[in-house]
Design a protein around this ligand. Structure first.
Ligand code: 2NE
Length: 276
């Protein structure tokens, strides 16, 4: 596919192609693509932009690489050099953990997000790949948590959703020992969907995206909400219910309720059936 630059940011790149795929690339190679608050703000903005673009159905989330020293990274988590008391310090001097907002945006985006992981997916970067709907690893990918080593932890999705994916025993091992795992180990523990050679990573992501784009957008968005409903508590149920409301608004039955209210008359649902 041919990528077309889509919007200007400092810490990320946003491209799209005419086939309906967007690509977001974290662009902080000197920091192994660690995120500072600005990076996260830009990521949130890009995802919101994509949400409102009706001909985009799939997002590829990746990290720029290789860095000058030849090494690759998807994302190495929160930028420790701007970490202050209570969070990561933004341009206004405020401490933030705005990556939690980004996590929710990725979860609730009614489109498919595929992580393309080359090199390190560490700390908050490992959580980001975890929360994408699908994850494809290059054969050089390295996954791991460092929180307990660097004085941090993600006890939200980072712990609970990880445990759903890899099981309680493995999740506790990952967080308590802070070891690194290669792509094959990640595949074995079902942390990723597939492992491919580094030089075919993006191509593979595009193939997966193109297959998804052949299918019904409504079926996919409802399925995503249904998967989230099982794991995301009340907000997951809210998303699934929102999809039902979205569909209901498009029926004659739903439209009659609104029409009757605006015409200041009693609604007439007599033609609607109480279906089994
Ligand atoms: C990623 C890793 C394993 C790579 O190791 P290596 O040996 O390939 O590279 P190196 O030399 O460590 O890193 C290259 C440059 O990137 C910076 C380094 O400081 C270094 O800078 P220079 O010395 O060249 O100036 N860099 C790498 N990661 C960074 C980071 N996260 N923040 C700031 N600078 C970073 C190795 O670099 C590593 O272990 N990185 C740290 C991973 C980490 O602990 N991340 C934070 C976890 S906490 C978190 O993400 C979090 C959370 O737990 C809860 C909420 C929100 C966030």
């Amino acid at each position: 596919v041919e990528w077309i630059p889509w919007n200007d940011y400092e810490d990320i790149l946003l491209d799209r192609c005419k086939e309906g795929i967007a690509r977001i690339t974290i662009n902080r190679p000197t920091k192994r693509n660690a995120f500072r608050p600005q990076t996260v703000t830009e990521l949130c903005d890009a995802f919101s932009f994509i949400r409102d673009t009706v001909d985009i159905g799939v997002v590829l989330l990746t990290g720029i690489g290789p860095a000058k020293d030849g090494r690759y990274a998807f994302c190495s988590g929160g930028d420790q050099s701007v970490r202050g008391d209570g969070g990561y310090i933004d341009e206004m001097g405020l401490a933030r953990l705005n990556v939690l907002d980004l996590q929710r945006i990725i979860r609730s985006l009614p489109k498919v997000v595929i992580a393309l992981v080359a090199g390190y997916a560490i700390g908050g970067g490992q959580v980001l790949h975890l929360l994408c709907d699908l994850s494809i690893a290059a054969d050089n990918a390295i996954f791991g948590q460092t929180g307990p080593r660097v004085g941090s932890f993600d006890g939200g999705f980072g712990a609970s959703f990880l445990a759903r994916l890899v099981g309680q025993r493995k999740a506790r091992e990952i967080w308590f020992l802070c070891r690194s795992y290669d792509a094959t180990q990640a595949l074995t523990m079902r942390l990723v969907n597939a492992v491919v050679p580094l030089d075919t990573l993006e191509q593979e992501g595009v193939i997966w995206a193109q297959e998804i784009l052949q299918h019904s957008p409504t079926a996919i968005r409802c399925l995503k909400a249904a998967f989230n409903a099982e794991t995301d508590g009340m907000s997951g149920i809210q998303e699934l219910a929102g999809q039902a409301t979205h569909l209901f608004y498009r029926t004659d039955e739903g439209k009659e309720g609104k029409k009757a209210f605006l015409e200041k008359r009693k609604p007439d649902f007599s033609s609607e059936l109480w279906l089994p």
